[in-house]
Design a protein around this ligand. Structure first.
Ligand SMILES: [Zn+2]
Length: 336
């Protein structure tokens, strides 16, 4: 199996809102990629700029960041031609590698805009090299930039950053520094093309956890009423883990729970609600083992939620009392 390390540069609306802004917030104007064999040796490179159709004028931020010029874009081919070339170039048996988790989303959004989504079937199993670098080299850093990761390994920086093919080559360099066997266990799945029915739902097992991506629901209430969404099976032994704390809405609008497997201890659950481009929702649930400390953090979060709700109720009650007595006073004043 080969690896396609890919990077895109994109353009956006020059000022404010654009009628196509929702369907295509970012228009790809450059595709750069490095094709690697299974031993990570370079086989070939792909580098093409694209003539934009929606945001024809190059945004000054994109121009300054990338060094791409308007003239360069004007004499390039449009996206459908380049996209077909690119997917043919990728071949049959390959895994995408990217720096971060946004590139594949924008690629699929651009393909969909031109009704070319058949070129790339999802959900896509891929390697997020940024995530792997973090997990294997800098667990304490939130999200390293590509340049800082190159500096971390002391690799040469001869080519300009923020040109697609250069960034792809830098990402490939970092990939080569990582332990390939460990990488394989840290794979990601892009679910921009989210599951539509129960059969397509994703159940992903990792060494340290489990991830579930649901089919679509109309709203959060409908999703949370679903048995599979709420389920807390232990991802190690498969047994049902009893809930110690039922699902509650905590910080950042996520839902959290705490369950207990008699053999493997605490499991912490988190549910995030995701929105599709078509305004449906689906659920991403993760289950991880939790130590006593992590379990306490979830308990504290729940206490916090209860406390805040209590305070809010008090405030509403006392405000409505104040409102009533103010009304009475006004009435009295009017009668006098
Ligand atoms: Zn278990």
């Amino acid at each position: 199996m080969n690896y396609v390390v890919v990077d895109f540069e994109w353009n956006q609306a020059a000022y404010g809102r654009h009628p196509e802004g929702r369907r295509l917030p970012f228009e790809i104007i450059e595709i750069g990629a490095v094709l690697l064999d299974e031993n990570l040796n370079e086989i070939d490179r792909f580098s093409e700029t694209i003539r934009p159709k929606v945001y024809r004028k190059l945004h000054h931020v994109t121009r300054d960041l990338t060094g791409i010029t308007q003239e360069e874009l004007n004499r390039s081919d449009p996206f459908p031609y380049i996209a077909v070339d690119f997917m043919l170039w990728c071949g049959e048996d390959f895994t995408f590698c990217t720096w971060g988790d946004t590139d594949l989303i924008e690629l699929q959004r651009n393909l969909k805009y031109y009704h070319l989504q058949d070129l790339l079937e999802g959900p896509i199993r891929y390697y997020n090299i940024q995530k792997m670098f973090k997990a294997l080299c800098q667990p304490e850093v939130s999200a390293a930039s590509l340049e800082s990761a190159i500096d971390y390994f002391g690799l040469p920086k001869d080519d300009a950053f923020h040109r697609a093919v250069n960034d792809a080559a830098y990402t490939a360099e970092i990939f080569r520094q990582l332990d390939l066997e460990k990488c394989d266990k840290l794979y990601s799945v892009d679910y921009y093309q989210n599951p539509k029915c129960r059969e397509e739902e994703l159940h992903l097992n990792y060494e340290d956890g489990y991830k579930y991506v649901s089919r679509e629901f109309r709203n959060k209430e409908e999703a949370m009423a679903d048995k599979e969404v709420r389920a807390t099976r232990c991802f190690i032994c498969g047994r049902a883990a009893r809930k110690k704390l039922f699902w509650f809405t905590g910080k950042a609008k996520g839902c959290y729970c705490l369950a207990w497997c008699p053999e493997h201890g605490y499991l912490q659950g988190r549910i995030r609600i995701k929105h599709t481009d078509e305004d449906a929702i689906y659920v991403v649930k993760t289950l991880r083992l939790a130590d006593e400390e992590a379990a306490d953090r979830i308990r504290e979060m729940k206490q916090d939620v209860i406390q805040k709700r209590r305070e809010r109720r008090h405030r509403i009650v006392s405000e409505s009392k104040a409102g009533k007595s103010a009304g009475k006073n006004r009435k009295k004043a009017a009668e006098q």
